[in-house]
Design a protein. Structure first.
Length: 594
């Protein structure tokens, strides 16, 4: 019998052939390498590893830049005024005498601020062009393949610093590396893909809580990293330069995880239908429906449905608050130079402060923020039942039939429908039974008006707290006082994830990647503005009587954001937008907000 002939039939041979797959073999199925079933937990490791690697080298990079420029400044004729210090290559970089001398020189602080501004702009300006394209590609081809691009870009900047320190390359190499890093998306694209991944795998009504947890994890990585980097600068034989090798190892681990483990989060059927549609034969010209040709200028000037929805109140005002917040955050890295000049802090002192700030952020975001989300997300029937009980106890409604109210407010849970949100405008059991799954019960409906009202109150209070805290921080005479205001201003970190959640719930599922690419594009634009404002202001005031002027300006911008959130964003308007978004998605809705 030839090897190719089928085996002979026997009594154990099945009567029916095995079922064949209905999927076209010519259409590639986007399967992950080692795991299936995407969930928010899959994105946790690459996010934490890349953020930790970035933050480990963040403060040492600023210290490296300060000492490197200080040595060049001293070599150009300023040695006679300060005395000769070691102007060797990388061996003396990070040593205490050099840094202790350089941090007290206003001209060196000013020069470092301008270089820091140039480096940041070299990343932010190219990213303005690349981020929209990366967001579109992530919606078209999936999150995982696009995620590789910014993960690779993270290695470029660190390798450039190692080359400058070890091989005495010019500092201009760092500018070129950051231009390439910006074209590949950089850390901004990493966060954009992460939020798109979460939007793919999380129930829309839970995005606020999930985004808060993710931001808390990012805060942990961003603050444990600087402390670890500060310790390594004193522990490693190579000082500051050795920290960059540790950062390279972390970035490589995150990259390998994305390549071999991270599953794709976009719907497989959507990718298959898109591939099948692109491979389908074109209709005959005589039967094809006529369609107008759109020129390049028409495509550029015609706004997309996403832009049209985000440019109307109240979403445009929420975007404005997020944009102002991003401008202020872009000036926060200057606090290292301010603290080193005003309080004598080095990389380790800054790392200790950021570690403390991480603990306070965890307290606010996971502790207080989690309690607020649980309190705001109580089922609508439970809230009305509690109010009815309170009225009865007060003698206001003694004859109310409590059992019948409970029965009406808490009907038997319908089958779970992924498209139906657990909100006050959720579909009823009868309307969702035709498309539901019998495996999971429908969560009880949430009072959406109450949820949105509490979310907006947190945003407003957070902006006010940040405005007061950052304004006062510019007048503090002692470094230990910063710790007190860092704890108080931690409440403001709850605002931005709640804004992202409201915007995400107001956007169609197919537009989530474009939405977060737009948000990251706004963040990059805000970074450009902040680097054109705060570093020059710090350079101009570092030798004056008020070196903390840029901190007071940050507080003033937060005050503007607080005014916008209080005066221009109403709960009823936001709820109305959520109703319209659900109607456009074809979901069942309840009565419009009053």
């Amino acid at each position: 019998m030839s090897p190719s002939s089928p085996p002979a039939a026997s009594e154990r041979t099945p009567l029916l052939p095995p079922p064949t797959s209905s999927v076209d073999p010519d259409v590639p199925v986007p399967t992950p390498p080692l795991t299936t079933g995407p969930s928010p937990f899959h994105i946790a490791f690459p996010l934490f590893a890349s953020t930790l690697s970035f933050s480990i080298s963040a403060v040492p990079t600023q210290q490296f830049l300060l000492v490197y420029l200080c040595k060049q400044w001293l070599q150009k004729g300023a040695v006679d005024h300060l005395g000769t210090i070691s102007a060797g290559a990388h061996e003396a970089i990070g040593a205490d005498p050099d840094f202790a001398t350089c941090r007290t020189i206003p001209d060196v602080q000013s020069l470092t601020a301008h270089w820091s501004m140039a480096i940041t702009l070299c990343t932010s300006l190219p990213a303005l062009l690349s981020i929209p394209l990366i967001g579109h590609l992530s919606d078209r081809f999936g999150r995982r393949p696009v995620f590789l691009l910014p993960m690779l870009s993270g290695l470029i900047g660190v390798l450039a610093i190692i080359a400058i320190a070890q091989f005495d390359w010019p500092l201009g190499i760092l500018l070129a590396a950051h231009v390439l890093q910006g074209l590949m998306g950089g850390y901004t694209a990493i966060m954009m893909v992460v939020y798109s991944y979460l939007a793919d795998t999380v129930d829309p009504n839970r995005t606020g809580k999930v985004f808060t947890v993710v931001d808390a994890a990012v805060f942990v990585a961003l603050t444990i990293g600087p402390y670890t980097g500060g310790v390594l600068t004193r522990w490693l034989p190579q000082g500051v330069v050795g920290v960059f090798y540790v950062s390279v190892v972390g970035k490589l681990l995150a990259l390998l995880y994305v390549i071999f483990i991270l599953p794709e989060s976009l719907n497989t059927r959507k990718l298959l239908s898109a591939s099948a549609a692109s491979a389908a034969p074109l209709p005959h010209p005589s039967t094809a429906p006529p369609h107008p040709k759109r020129g390049l200028w028409t495509r550029l000037t015609t706004p997309s449905p996403l832009l049209r929805s985000l440019t109307v109140p109240p979403l445009c005002y929420l975007l404005m608050v997020a944009f102002i917040t991003s401008i202020v955050i872009g000036g926060a890295p200057l606090f290292f130079f301010y603290a080193s000049f005003r309080f004598g802090w080095d990389a380790l002192d800054e790392g200790v402060y950021l570690l403390y700030m991480s603990v306070t952020r965890m307290f606010w975001m996971l502790g207080v923020g989690g309690w607020i989300d649980k309190w705001a997300s109580r089922p609508a029937g439970q809230i009305q039942l509690e109010q009815q009980q309170q009225h009865q106890q007060a003698g206001e409604d003694e004859n109310a039939p409590l059992l019948s109210v409970s029965t009406q407010l808490s009907p038997p849970p319908p089958a779970y429908t992924p498209e139906v949100e657990d909100s006050g405008i959720a579909a009823t059991a009868g309307s969702s039974s035709s498309t539901s799954s019998p495996l999971l019960p429908q969560p009880p409906p949430i009072d959406i008006n109450r949820k949105v009202h509490i979310d907006l109150m947190v945003v407003r209070i957070g902006m006010i707290v940040l405005a007061v805290g950052w304004t006062i921080m510019g007048f503090l005479p002692q470094g230990w006082m910063v710790y007190i205001f860092a704890f108080v201003t931690g409440f403001g970190t709850l605002a931005k994830p709640l804004i992202r959640s409201l915007l995400s719930r107001s956007t169609a599922a197919s537009q989530q990647g474009r939405l977060f690419s737009l948000l990251q594009l706004l963040d990059n634009s805000a970074t450009v503005i902040s680097n054109l404002v705060f570093p020059p202001l710090w350079a101009a005031t570092v030798g004056s009587r008020f070196p903390g002027a840029f901190l007071s300006l940050m507080g003033a911008l937060f005050a503007v954001a607080a005014a916008v959130s209080c005066a221009c964003v109403a709960t009823t308007h936001v709820v109305a937008v959520l109703h319209r978004a659900r109607e456009e998605r074809g979901e069942a809705t309840g009565p419009p907000p009053e």
